[in-house]
Design a protein. Structure first.
Length: 464
């Protein structure tokens, strides 16, 4: 809602500027240099072994290191904006500065949430996320009309204040102002390989926008960012679920030391996510067409870009459990290998597309195909721990894209809504498509629940 509201008021050009500033925030999440990832992993393992004093030392030293790195990144953003951007009325300087400040508050918020994740209190973390989303929307409503794009930029850091306060007052333990070099170094050593994997993943999913920001206009960036925002809804639930399962994986590996305990969890959860994601893909197509044609007509050029990006978004939605499994069993180097191959392929593809002048649609299709390749590689690496036959392994990997092909087949059978329809007639025609999609997926969900529903719930044991 927030994205659609801002886009409808500011238009494609200013939306493009916001997307460019958003890249500074996205890359700022990597400014923790691995201390956050290492702290989260080591504290979970050490607590599982019953060494609470050591866990507290790792927690506090890692947290202070994260905040120190975030402050340095904020200062770097200010220097970069001052020397490199001279837009009208200091537009870019202000936007990049606000993005840098938001990075500091984001890390403070994330660190508070870590305390609850380590205790498997995901309900509190979820409520904090709701608090963040709600307050961000309210701040946008307050600031966008009187201050325009400047007000939206200022909301980036402001939105984190309420959830930080909520988590602070809900805590049963807190970080202490304590820093030990040895503990910080352990966090960095454990987390830096994870950071590299995270950084490579971030570049893999944002390199398309970097090329657009440097080779296309702000307006075209606005069209593309709208499409990317819409398809970005797909991986939200899979990432949250994978984060929950990651704690379970660490606990199981820490207690038993056996990787085989994770096989059923990997296969069943990935299958559930593939069906869920395919259903969302099927629903997004008519939803986007209704939204762009009736509510955001300035963004009609985003519709074909959205269609092209759906395959990649689906692929990214189903790989996170496999990714976290590889991290849990200390196989981060395999992830880096897959990411290196895909990053190299993406860089070559985008350079060729820009050189051949294939436009935004060419970049969108290249992005989707490369993200699908990355998904297949990560799934194959994780499943190869349990399936040694190469042919069977390939079939297992490819079958997770069958739900996507099923969704594609449904749309082919239902057909497209005629372009001649407008207004209410267009809306009701799309509503009938949604009804057809729901009926087509109903037997799939019934089969999935009967075969995996109860055992999957038992495997995850999610406490909400």
């Amino acid at each position: 809602m927030r994205g659609f509201l801002v886009a409808s008021i500011l238009g494609p050009t200013y939306t493009g500027h916001l997307s460019i500033w958003g890249l500074f925030f996205v890359y700022g999440s990597l400014s923790q240099l691995g201390f956050q990832d290492g702290m989260y992993k080591l504290v979970g393992l050490v607590r599982g072994a019953g060494r609470t004093g050591e866990a507290a030392s790792l927690r506090d030293s890692g947290a202070l290191s994260v905040l120190g790195c975030a402050l340095l990144y904020f200062l770097g953003c200010l220097v970069f904006a001052w020397w490199n951007y001279q837009g009208p009325f200091g537009l870019d300087q202000f936007g990049i500065g606000m993005a840098g400040l938001a990075v500091v508050l984001y890390h403070a918020y994330n660190l508070q949430g870590t305390l609850f994740r380590l205790k498997n209190d995901f309900k509190t973390v979820g409520l904090a996320q709701v608090c963040y989303t709600s307050t961000e929307f309210l701040w946008v409503m307050v600031f966008i009309l009187p201050f325009g794009i400047y007000g939206v930029a200022a909301v980036s850091p402001l939105a984190f204040l309420a959830p930080i306060a909520y988590l602070f007052f809900r805590r049963k333990e807190n970080f202490q102002i304590f820093w030990r070099w040895g503990s910080a170094l352990r966090c960095w050593k454990a987390g830096f390989p994870l950071l590299l994997a995270g950084a490579a993943y971030t570049f893999l999913t944002t390199l398309d926008r970097l090329f657009i920001a440097t080779n296309f206009s702000a307006t075209e960036m606005g069209y593309y960012s709208m499409a990317a925002t819409v398809v970005g809804l797909l991986p939200v639930f899979p990432i949250a679920l994978a984060s929950i399962l990651y704690v379970r994986m660490l606990e199981r590996v820490g207690k038993s030391g056996r990787e085989t305990d994770l096989e059923a969890l990997l296969k069943k959860s990935t299958l559930v996510l593939s069906v869920y994601s395919a259903f969302l893909v099927a629903l997004l197509v008519p939803a986007v067409e209704v939204c762009m044609n009736l509510l955001l007509p300035l963004y009609k050029d985003s519709i074909p870009l959205t269609h092209a990006l759906l395959l990649g978004a689906y692929s990214l939605s189903i790989l996170h459990v496999a990714y976290n499994l590889l991290v849990a069993i200390e196989r981060q180097r395999w992830i880096l290998l897959a990411q290196g191959v895909c990053l190299g392929s993406a860089l070559a593809a985008y350079i060729w597309i820009v050189h051949r002048d294939l436009g935004l649609l060419g970049i969108a299709w290249a992005s989707s195909l490369i993200q699908t390749l990355y998904c297949w590689m990560v799934l194959a690496l994780a499943l190869s721990r349990y399936e040694k036959n190469g042919f069977r392994l390939s079939l297992i990997v490819l079958r997770y894209h069958l739900p996507f092909l099923y969704a594609l087949g449904i749309h082919t059978l239902l057909g497209e809504v005629p372009a001649s329809l407008e207004g209410a007639a267009f809306f009701w025609a799309q509503s009938l498509r949604v009804l057809g999609i729901g009926l087509a997926f109903l037997p799939v969900f019934v089969w999935l629940f009967r075969r995996y529903g109860w055992s999957f719930s038992q495997l995850t044991k999610i406490r909400l």
